[in-house]
Design a protein around this ligand. Structure first.
Ligand SMILES: *[C@@H]1O[C@H](CO)[C@@H](O)[C@H](O)[C@H]1NC(C)=O
Ligand SMILES: *[C@@H]1O[C@H](CO)[C@@H](O)[C@H](O)[C@H]1NC(C)=O
Ligand SMILES: *[C@@H]1O[C@H](CO)[C@@H](O)[C@H](O)[C@H]1NC(C)=O
Ligand SMILES: [Zn+2]
Length: 442
């Protein structure tokens, strides 16, 4: 007979290499009518790791989305019915949606084999970045912004048309299950290198773009190989084997653990044992500090909910240049909606979502004093949640790129990002520019 201990170890190792299936797991879209109903949901969110909230219960939430395992659905629906809370079933069986999420195979050394109607695992995204650096040696360099617990690089690209430019920085996939954000920034990279649209070309030339498709590479790898809905990093943090991972968007040293963060390691918003307790946040912060004073715009790319959020997450007070950021953001979201009519809500984190702290975006604003800092929550509004189907990947990537290019345009109108001043153009160029300006004036 096999001893029990060995048997359970075997089971654990078997479990850890089998991909978890979500058969008959259901996505609920809940529509709370008042604060009491929000409170019921909030209690559940704060205490019960069985229910996976994709959009968390907050006072201003038009809707809340949550996934339940088949065995817990009775309990969840019972709670909702007892409290008179309305809900609909957004997806009866989320495994079906996962089965439709095409995962592509990138062909090494063939950058054109990267497609925009599928998702790619971390190794292939990184291989593509390496190939871009080889294909465009004068424009693209590989940057390593840090390291993960399991030793993966936080790899990205710097796209630069010359020394001395101001920086636009994109950090993506801190929450590893938010796949649509990864594809959207890869699409942006591709556009910056290949687009023939004059505005996109100008944006590519004028700034140093630092773009990191995954700030949580271990979590991202695990979403492909083990557990599609993994959100945190992969460091073991608790007493028992199941307690793995810290929410990296709660772990930054800006009002750490003050609001909207859990101290229970089993919960999805666990803030970690201390600020910067995680290698991913610590190493990325060090890298960002090395760019201090050079960054004009910082974008923290998340999903979902269609929101553009402005620091800070501890207060709805309009701190720093809040009103400029708001006006610039709103206009850019107008540009986002042009192509497919997708509507975003723009505003302060607290007003649009709730009080949440330890955010990457807040730390960047507070400590690096970057003029324009935004946190994107990409598509959608509760229909597919984190499981955006293949036919909607490209539309989402296109509109996101439109909005980022327009953010620059709007920022300039408000007197930001006028990096032309700081580019060390040659004297000759300066004369040409002055003549052009004069001609416009005359
Ligand atoms: C899912 O639910 C259906 C309908 O209730 C049932 O027939 C099926 O066996 C379930 N699948 C699994 C894997 O539990
Ligand atoms: C919110 O956080 C910012 C940045 O740390 C700080 O300057 C501000 O005083 C805080 N406001 C409140 C009300 O806690
Ligand atoms: C501009 O370029 C010149 C020559 O390359 C250099 O000496 C100078 O320091 C640069 N100025 C700035 C502001 O970077
Ligand atoms: Zn997120």
């Amino acid at each position: 007979m096999i001893p029990k201990l060995i048997l359970s170890l075997l089971l654990i190792s078997f479990a850890s290499c089998e991909k978890f299936r979500f058969d008959n797991y259901t996505l609920y879209k809940i529509l709370p009518k008042n604060l009491n109903e929000v409170k019921v949901l909030k209690n559940l969110y704060d205490s019960d790791a069985r229910f996976d909230f994709w959009k968390h219960p907050a006072p201003n939430a038009e809707y809340v989305t949550v996934v339940s395992a088949p065995k817990d659905k009775g309990e969840l629906e019972g709670l909702l019915n007892r409290n008179g809370i309305s809900f609909e079933i957004a997806m009866q069986n989320i495994q079906e949606a996962m089965d439709k999420e095409t995962v592509g195979q990138y062909t090494r050394s063939n950058i054109r084999s990267m497609r925009w109607d599928r998702y790619y695992p971390i190794e292939q995204v990184y291989a593509w970045l390496d190939d871009l650096a080889r294909e465009y040696p004068s424009l693209v360099t590989i940057e390593i912004a840090g390291h993960s617990y399991e030793g993966r690089d936080i790899k990205g690209v710097k796209i630069s048309h010359g020394e001395g430019r101001r920086i636009i920085f994109l950090e993506t996939n801190t929450h590893s299950r938010e796949w649509i954000a990864v594809t959207s920034v890869c699409y942006l990279i591709n556009e910056l290198l290949t687009s023939t649209d004059p505005e996109t070309m100008a944006a590519a030339r004028e700034f140093d773009w630092y773009i990191f498709p995954s700030a949580n590479p271990d979590g991202f790898a695990w979403t492909h190989t083990g557990y599609r809905l993994w959100r945190k990093n992969r460091r073991p943090v608790g007493q028992n084997l199941e307690e793995i991972g810290v929410d990296l968007n709660r772990n930054w040293n800006s009002n750490w653990l003050v609001w909207g963060s859990a101290i229970d390691p089993s919960l999805i918003n666990y803030a970690g044992p201390g600020p910067f307790s995680e290698p991913e946040t610590r190493t990325l912060a060090t890298y960002l500090r090395s760019l201090k004073g050079r960054i004009d715009m910082y974008l923290s790319m998340h999903a979902a909910g269609q929101m553009l959020l402005i620091p800070y997450g501890n207060t709805s007070e309009p701190l720093d240049n809040y009103y400029d950021a708001l006006n610039i953001g709103r206009r850019a979201m107008g540009a986002l909606s042009v192509r497919y009519g997708t509507e975003y809500t723009t505003g302060n984190v607290v007003e649009v979502i709730d009080r949440i702290t330890g955010l990457t975006a807040d730390w960047v604003k507070e400590h690096l004093k970057v003029p324009l800092v935004y946190m994107y929550e990409l598509r959608d509004k509760g229909t597919y949640g984190h499981l955006i189907p293949p036919e909607l990947i490209l539309p989402s990537a296109e509109e996101t790129t439109d909005s980022i290019i327009d953010l620059i345009h709007q920022a300039k109108r408000f007197g930001y990002m006028n990096s032309g001043n700081s580019i060390n153009v040659s004297f000759g160029m300066k004369i040409v520019c002055s003549i052009m300006v004069l001609r416009k004036l005359l």
